[in-house]
Each structure stands twice: as structure tokens, then as C-alpha cells.
Design a protein. Structure first.
Length: 218
């Protein structure tokens, strides 16, 4: 890892000493995510309630600049300039950013309502993982109990397709523990406390992955 990424992890250890036991797991999943994203993989994220909001939050951090600048690919800019010369080029080159492909499975309102009504609400995330997912991808499932059936089924489908499964849960890990490649089980079983711990965990992941892909070579 780059030195600045290591510094991000060290900062996490200092700020959240009660979660130091997760650092080895974090190191491993960050490396795996970077490898998969560089091969063209994307991130699929889901959860329920507050965790559905966290899913949107995670995807937002991946799709745009989070902590550092993500300058556009020069080859793309040159192609754009050839096709659309003039003032528009300056605006596009200033406003458009590089991003990490990520999809929030909680955002597909039309699909979720149709599938839930016509088929099954607890299989709606799994259906999306089956259709969107390929073996280079990463699945992030958030469940404070680790037992949310729709997240669990989606993780099972992801695992079957060779997708790397990351679960953010409460202390026990619940059912998700058995289907996860990386388990981030926060040190609490109280829902609101688990959600509070999930925020710094996924912020660390987003910062580290962003820096490894777009940061300086140090």
C-alpha cells in the first residue's frame, strides 16, 4: 500500500482503538477491492433502513471525488476536444471527475416496488446482484444484525458468482458471517451504535481505495 494509505489506516486505529481488531481484515479487503476495480470491477451495495442510507452514502463517495482530486483521463479529454472544441471543453474538463463504478441496489425504486409486489421483497437485492454482477465485482452488504434476509440472499448470490463479499454487521456477524469474504463486525449489538461504527469503517474503505487508485505514488 501507499504510505498515505497506511497513514489513513493508522489514523483510524488512533481514533477507534476499540476496532483495532478489524485492521487486518480491512487491509486485506482494501487490497482485494483495488485489484478488482483495476480489472474493471464495480461495487454493488445494499442495506435496509439506516443502512440503505449508508448504501447511498458509500456509492456517492465512490462515484465522485471524496478526499482527493481525481483528474480526468487525458486520452478521454483529447477525444472530447476533437469532437467538441470550444468553451464547452473547458467546462467539462473542470467539472467532470474520474470515479469508481458503484451501484446502490436500494435506489431502483421502480424495480424494487415491482419485484417486491410481483415476486418477493426479500429477493429484490439478490435479483439485481444476479443481473448486474460478475466475478470481478465487489458486494458490500450492511446489516446491523447480520440477519437481514434480503441482504443475506444477495450475498449468497454474490458468493456463487465469484463476487468478493464484504459484510458490515454488528458484533456477532449473524448469518452474513458465513457467506462473507471479509466481515467487519462492529463491537456492539445495539442498532444505533453499530450504525455509528459503520460510518468510520466505510469512510476508511472509500478513502483508502480512492487514494490507492488516484493518489500520488507515495
Amino acid at each position: 500500500m501507499k504510505k498515505n494509505t497506511e497513514a489513513i489506516i493508522q489514523e483510524f486505529k488512533e481514533n477507534y482503538p476499540e476496532m483495532i481488531y478489524l485492521v487486518e481484515e480491512l487491509n486485506g479487503l482494501i487490497e482485494e477491492m483495488i485489484n478488482r476495480i483495476k480489472q474493471g470491477g464495480k461495487v454493488l451495495v445494499c442495506g435496509n433502513g439506516g443502512s440503505s442510507s449508508d448504501s447511498e452514502h458509500i456509492v456517492g463517495e465512490f462515484l465522485k471525488e471524496f478526499y482527493i482530486k481525481r483528474p480526468l483521463n487525458k486520452e478521454f479529454l483529447d477525444k472530447f476536444l476533437d469532437r467538441f472544441p470550444g468553451e464547452t471543453y473547458e467546462y467539462i474538463s473542470e467539472k467532470l471527475q474520474e470515479g469508481i463504478p458503484a451501484i446502490s441496489l436500494v435506489s431502483q425504486t421502480g424495480f424494487l416496488s415491482a419485484y417486491g409486489n410481483d415476486v418477493s421483497y426479500d429477493m429484490a437485492y439478490a435479483q439485481q446482484v444476479y443481473v448486474y454482477g460478475n466475478e470481478k465485482d465487489i458486494f458490500i452488504g450492511l446489516s446491523t444484525s447480520g440477519n437481514s434476509s434480503n441482504v443475506y440472499y444477495a450475498a449468497m448470490i454474490a458468493k456463487t458468482k465469484g463476487i468478493f463479499v464484504i459484510s458490515l454487521t454488528g458484533e456477532t456477524g449473524g448469518k452474513l458471517k458465513n457467506v462473507s469474504d471479509a466481515l467487519l463486525n462492529a463491537p456492539s449489538q445495539e442498532t444505533y451504535r453499530v450504525q455509528e461504527y459503520h460510518l468510520p469503517l466505510y469512510h476508511l474503505i472509500c478513502r483508502a481505495v480512492e487514494y490507492e487508485i488516484y493518489g500520488d505514488e507515495i
